[in-house]
Design a protein around this ligand. Sequence first.
Ligand code: BG6
Ligand code: MG
Length: 218
Amino acid sequence: MSTRPVSRFKAVIFDLDGVITDTAHYHYLAWKRLADSVGAPFDEAFNEQLKGVDRMGSLALILARAPRAYTPEEQRALADAKNGHYQELIATMTPGDLLPGALRALEDVRAAGLKIGLASVSRNAFTVLDRLGIRDRFDDVVDAATVVNGKPDPEIFLTAAAHLGVPPADCLGVEDAAAGVASIKDAGMVAVGVGRPDVLYRADRVIPSMEAFRLEDY
Ligand code: BG6
Ligand code: MG
C-alpha cells in the first residue's frame, strides 16, 4: 500500500497584503485619505482594482478620476504622502496582526517539506514581515524594488520560483487580489484566491480566508 504525498507541489508562493496580514485595509485607508485630498471618488469597489497594484500604478488609477492633472513632481509628492501615512499605520503592527490561519498555513507547508516564497510588490514588505516576526519563515522574499513589471504581469511570481529553484508548474500561488491571481495564472502556476469568487474568478479555487487553506486540497 502506498501513502499519498501531502502535496504534488514543491513550493508555495504567498502574497503578503491581505493574505498573511490585513495590511490591505491599511493601504485602503491611506489611499482613501489621498483620494479625498485630491477630490477623486473612492470606495471599496474601486479599491479592489488597486489591490496588488504597485504604488505609482495605484496613484495613476486614482488621479485618472481626479478633477485636474498632476505633474510628475506632484505625483511623487502624493505617493510619498500616501506612503508616509501607510508607514504610520503599520508602525504599531505586532505578531498579533497575522491573519487567522496564516501562520498555520506557513507551518503546514514547511512541515510538508515544500519551499516557501513571498511575492509582494510592496516596498514595505520587509518591514511588515519584521513587525510580524515571520521573515525567517520564508526561503525567499522577492525584493519589490527589483521587479520591473508589477502584478498582473507574471514577473514577480516567476522571479520567486526562479529564486526557489522550482519550476512554475510545481508552484502553488496564494493571492487576495485579481491582479495577483492573473500574475500567478500567467506564470503557469495553480492559483488559490483568498476572498470573493466573483472578484477572483481566474483562481483555480477560492477560499474565504486563510483559515480554510489546506495544502492537501491542491
Ligand atoms: C500591494 C498592495 O501588496 O502593495 C497594494 O496590495 C499596494 O495595495 C502595493 O499599493 C504597493 O505597496 P507599497 O508598500 O510599496 O506602497
Ligand atoms: Mg494582496
